[in-house]
Design a protein around this ligand. Sequence first.
Ligand SMILES: C[S@@+](CC[C@H](N)C(=O)[O-])C[C@H]1O[C@@H](n2cnc3c(N)ncnc32)[C@H](O)[C@@H]1O
Length: 275
Amino acid sequence: MTSIAEAWRAASQRIDRLDARLLVESVAGCTHADLIAHPTRLLSADLLARLDALVKRRASGEPLAYVLRSAAFYGLEFMVTPAVLIPRPETELLVELAMEKVRLLSAPRIVDLGTGSGVVAVTLKLLLPEAMITAVDVSPGALDVARVNARGHTADVRLLLGDWYSPLGDERFDLIVANPPYVSDDDPHLRQNGLPFEPQMALTDGVVGGDGLACIRLIAGGAASHLLPGGWMLIEHGYDQAAAVRDLLHAEGLREVTSWADLSRVERVSGGCLR
Ligand SMILES: C[S@@+](CC[C@H](N)C(=O)[O-])C[C@H]1O[C@@H](n2cnc3c(N)ncnc32)[C@H](O)[C@@H]1O
């Protein structure tokens, strides 16, 4: 038998100290306060073996969120598995802008294209309980995770499997939001910082040697046929893609085309309105 404090100390020699603490807390089912207040609490051999397996995964470079099966977004906890992208803090800007664009509507119709774990759709439903929210993803595994998250947060979100607009027929929306894959298939960043553990279809548009905008072109191309008059489209994109995305939105006839910067002052979301 080993105490939780000893287990934390031992794990900290193999991985980052904070990560080690979070893994010990997860395995022991305790909080940080418990760990400090009751450091001599013992971990059974089973729990120690489970901790060892999780520490090994983290030490191999697997992102902490996958090891914990949990990630925070907009102050909420969401389940994440390797079937979905780990939600990024930058995407909270998409949620903020979405709220602003529909604030005058009593029951806005919103669709989240490429919902992944469902963080954007579920968060919007919690913030806008009257909204009718649809979430689309082409990955059945991602939709399974989004379903768990919607149920877990008691958020009534319609989940549809399919390729961008195809499951939507000719439906129109007050707001289309998307955080699509926007990295070229041969981008060297895909081999760094835990990205190899994430689903490649969530990261790359699948085109080698391209500009990463293949999915964004398809999404922008559906604006006129899927937005209601006055409706907005908001798309998250790469740090260097804002001007190109604005051009695509202009080319689709959208007005008030704008890009917004994230907290790092990087233009991260662009959008426009159908007038
Ligand atoms: C960058 S992830 C975004 C996930 C989530 N919305 C978020 O912000 O954390 C892109 C998502 O688009 C989905 N996707 C990729 N190709 C798609 C397609 N052709 N149609 C619908 N969804 C697609 C991927 O499965 C992935 O879940």
